[in-house]
Design a protein around this ligand. Structure first.
Ligand code: BGC
Length: 466
């Protein structure tokens, strides 16, 4: 395959990403408190295969093996997340020394291998005690998050090379607090905007907390999904004006709502059709100074990209005033997501166009795909479709860089197969296969491909953290 992937300049971070609940296990160990995901997976039938993250990849005990895999892969950076209730079991108070020690060892082991630690402070694991006190609907949760961020930054701030505050606030809001398919399983259909605002406020407070302890870049890790107006047949050609209106609304609600306030200091206009959006003009919710806190200068924007979303005019009075439609005419991953690398390039170009000089350097903090990944007789997985996915998306990224977008890193999601939220262990995104019966790790063909790609690309440079 013709590749243009050598274009990213020296010092570009080729990396891989994971998150704590998805890989760690060890959920009751060393003083860790319960999170909303522990509660959610243990109650009811929320997860398709009835599984939990109780063991997951057992990374809590096998972290050294996983660091060895990262070294073999040759990445310049590794993005992982910190489990809040390992640090503060109830979301408040002094740090649990055993929790800090776990991440302390991990960070040191990465640095010993020349791998830059990229830390996500929140990948959806709210301490259950804070949920019981109102969760993200409560302003206090944002204040607690600021304190937690300060605690982590004080412990690790001398060594972390990139900070991501909250992961995918849009997905956490919609899946966790409107549809109820993710923890905490709420359906705040009439009043979701406090959850939006308090996450953004938490982001701003965390930026300030991190800055007090670290000179590394900091920003949010947002999910971006280009909104494609499509007709009921999944084609853009058959979209109506109503479909296009609905797609604009989706773009506002999913993509701009969590970027405009951070980069421009204001919520976007045009949210009125969304239930409860009047709350953003309620001075009890959005208090004086909040938007300035949220817009604290950042020097990174984490971009998680998987696919465009097909959107149409609402066909039923559901919780949101648009329908999600399947995009047809493109290859699909095992998750049913369309594979559209050009949409990735266009997204990166559109971010620069929309935000201009306000756009900080971009780090692609997630990009990847699920495939069935059935091991062959020799136990290996020949995942050529995943190789093609990463190759084509890296090519798209390269085109965006050549067109002048400042992108500084690319993190493949994911280093290893893991707990895929509501899909349990049924969707595999890893460069490394995990046998969930034995927890044995086996690098897939994509692992060797990415290793060779990194070797031949210009530098996997271990950046300076000072
Ligand atoms: C999340 C990951 C998840 C991935 C694939 C992102 O929304 O940040 O945790 O595994 O997408 O669904």
């Amino acid at each position: 395959m013709e590749s243009t992937a050598e274009a990213p300049r020296s010092g570009f971070w080729w990396g891989a990403a994971t998150s704590s609940y998805q890989i760690e296990g060890g959920v009751d160990e060393d003083g860790r408190g319960p999170s909303i995901w522990d509660t959610f997976t243990r109650a009811g039938d929320h997860i398709v295969d009835g599984s939990t993250g109780d063991i997951a990849c057992d990374h809590y005990h096998r972290w050294a093996d996983d660091v060895a895999l990262l070294a073999e892969l040759g990445v310049g950076a590794y993005r992982f997340s910190i489990n809040w209730p390992r640090i503060q079991p109830t979301g408040a108070g002094p740090a649990n020394p055993a929790g800090i020690a776990f991440y302390d060892r991990l960070v040191d082991a990465l640095l010993e291998r020349g791998i830059a630690p990229a830390v996500t402070l929140y990948h959806w694991e709210l301490p259950q005690a804070l949920q019981d006190a109102g969760g993200w609907s409560a302003r206090d949760t944002a204040l607690r998050f600021g304190e937690y961020a300060a605690t982590v930054a004080a412990a690790l701030g001398d060594r972390v090379a990139l900070w991501l505050t909250l992961n995918e606030m849009a997905v956490h809001t919609v899946y966790g607090h409107i549809w109820g398919m993710h923890a905490p399983g709420q359906q705040l259909v009439e009043d979701p905007f406090p959850v939006v605002h308090h996450q953004l406020l938490a982001h701003g407070l965390a930026v300030a907390a991190v800055r007090a302890h670290s000179r590394a870049p900091v920003g949010a890790a947002n999910n971006y999904s280009p909104a494609w107006a499509v007709g009921p047949d999944g084609k853009q050609d058959s979209a109506t004006d109503e479909d296009r209106q609905a797609a604009l609304l989706y773009d506002l609600f999913h993509n701009r709502l969590y970027t405009d306030p951070i980069l421009t200091g204001a919520y976007p206009a045009g949210l009125e059709p969304l239930p409860g959006s009047h709350r953003l003009t309620d001075p009890q919710l959005v208090r004086d100074g909040d938007l300035a806190t949220i817009a604290a200068p950042t020097d990174a924007l984490g971009v998680n990209y998987y696919n465009p979303t097909g959107v149409g005019a609402p066909s039923w009075p559901g919780p949101l005033p648009y329908d999600m439609r399947i995009i047809t005419g493109y290859p699909m991953t095992y998750f049913g997501w369309p594979v559209v690398p050009d949409a990735f390039r266009d997204l990166l170009l559109s971010l620069r166009e929309r935000y201009g000089d306000a756009l900080p350097p971009i780090y692609v903090t997630e990009n990847g795909c699920a495939y069935e990944d059935v091991p062959g007789a020799d136990g290996t997985v020949d995942d050529q479709d995943r190789i093609a996915f990463h190759q084509s998306h890296i090519d798209a990224l390269t085109q965006a860089i050549r067109a002048g977008v400042d992108v500084r890193g690319y993190f493949a999601w994911s280093l290893i197969d893991n707990f895929e939220w509501a899909e349990g262990y049924t969707k595999r995104f890893g460069l490394v296969h995990v046998d969930f019966a034995t927890l044995k790790r086996t690098p897939k063909a994509s692992f060797a491909w990415y290793r060779d790609h990194i070797r031949s690309a210009v530098g996997a440079g271990a950046p300076s953290t000072s």
